[in-house]
Design a binder for this molecule. Structure first.
Ligand code: AMP
Length: 273
């Protein structure tokens, strides 16, 4: 595996079409799954690590974001990455102005309502990474479902010739969705955080939207250390609230445990129906 800070130095002819796996580092089993998925498409797997200041609305959150550069090199190589790209800030955001990406109304719902500017920052960096790498595929996790939705929509709106590949959320054996931020949870926090996946699983066993919503609310309320931001059932197709005839329903949850933000989601179209 090559570790580079500039993709313009890559021998494109040697690589052929590239599968890009964008990350912010502190690589974990979720990222590993994305890299492995990329590897099923091509040998030319390029993993990027860039902690994008534009998508952090809070400077201390950016400062505290976990960084594990040495372990990242090992994990990326072991998972099958061909290139690990760690761009410098100036390469992603050169002095010539980079226009902020238009985001549309869905970017101000849910994660976007609480984290102002987050999705504009995220889409701006993803578009820059796409411009610089020109991948044939880009791999994203369902863990960040609204992000995945907005990236897909941007690719469609801009008519980019890139296939977005989604990978299901990777969980710990007890159900907690793996996240780089989980290292900040104390054992007690971690225990409290399990209420999220429990609420999703409970809801997924219900028949009607009302009983799904009730399962989310009741389960989340049972954990006093969990402070809920939102817990909703949406239509995956357009992010509107799910209605009786919605086929592709998904529950989204976000909230805080001891000040740390956690998000998760799960399809509500399961074996129960
Ligand atoms: P991040 O480094 O947190 O920005 O995440 C980089 C990519 O990994 C995004 O596409 C995430 O959705 C994906 N990802 C993060 N955690 C998981 C997980 N537990 N399962 C699947 N994908 C994940």
């Amino acid at each position: 595996m090559q570790v580079v800070d500039n993709v313009s130095a890559l021998d494109r002819a040697k690589f052929g079409p590239i599968a890009l796996v964008p990350t912010m580092g502190a690589l974990h089993e979720g990222h590993v799954r994305l890299i492995r998925q990329a590897r099923t498409l091509t040998d030319a797997v390029l993993v990027s690590i860039f902690i994008n200041p534009l998508q952090f609305e809070n400077p201390s959150d950016l400062e505290k974001y976990p960084r594990t550069p040495e372990a990242d090199i090992e994990k990326a190589a072991q998972s099958g990455a061909e290139v690990l790209w760690r761009p410098k800030y100036e390469q992603v955001y050169p002095e010539t102005t980079i226009a902020l990406q238009e985001v549309g109304a869905i970017a101000s719902l849910y994660e976007g309502a609480t984290r102002k500017g987050h999705f504009q920052g995220m889409l701006t960096v993803v578009r820059r990474l796409f411009d610089l790498v020109e991948p044939k595929w880009a791999i994203f996790g369902e863990k960040d479902f609204q992000q995945l939705f907005l990236v897909r929509r941007m690719v469609k709106d801009l008519k980019l010739d890139i296939e977005i590949v989604a990978v299901p959320t990777v969980r710990e054996s007890d159900g907690l969705a793996i996240s780089s931020r989980n290292v900040r949870l104390s054992p007690d926090d971690r225990q409290a955080a399990l209420v999220i996946s429990r609420a999703l699983t409970n809801a997924s066993q219900m028949e009607s939207i009302e009983s799904m919503q009730d399962a989310l609310d009741t389960t989340l309320a049972s954990e006093s250390e969990f402070k809920c931001d939102y817990a909703v059932i949406i239509d995956e197709e357009d992010f509107s609230l799910a209605k009786g005839d919605t086929k592709s329903k998904r529950a989204l949850i976000a909230g805080w445990v001891n000040g740390g933000r956690l998000i998760d989601n799960m399809s509500m179209v399961g074996l129960a129906r």
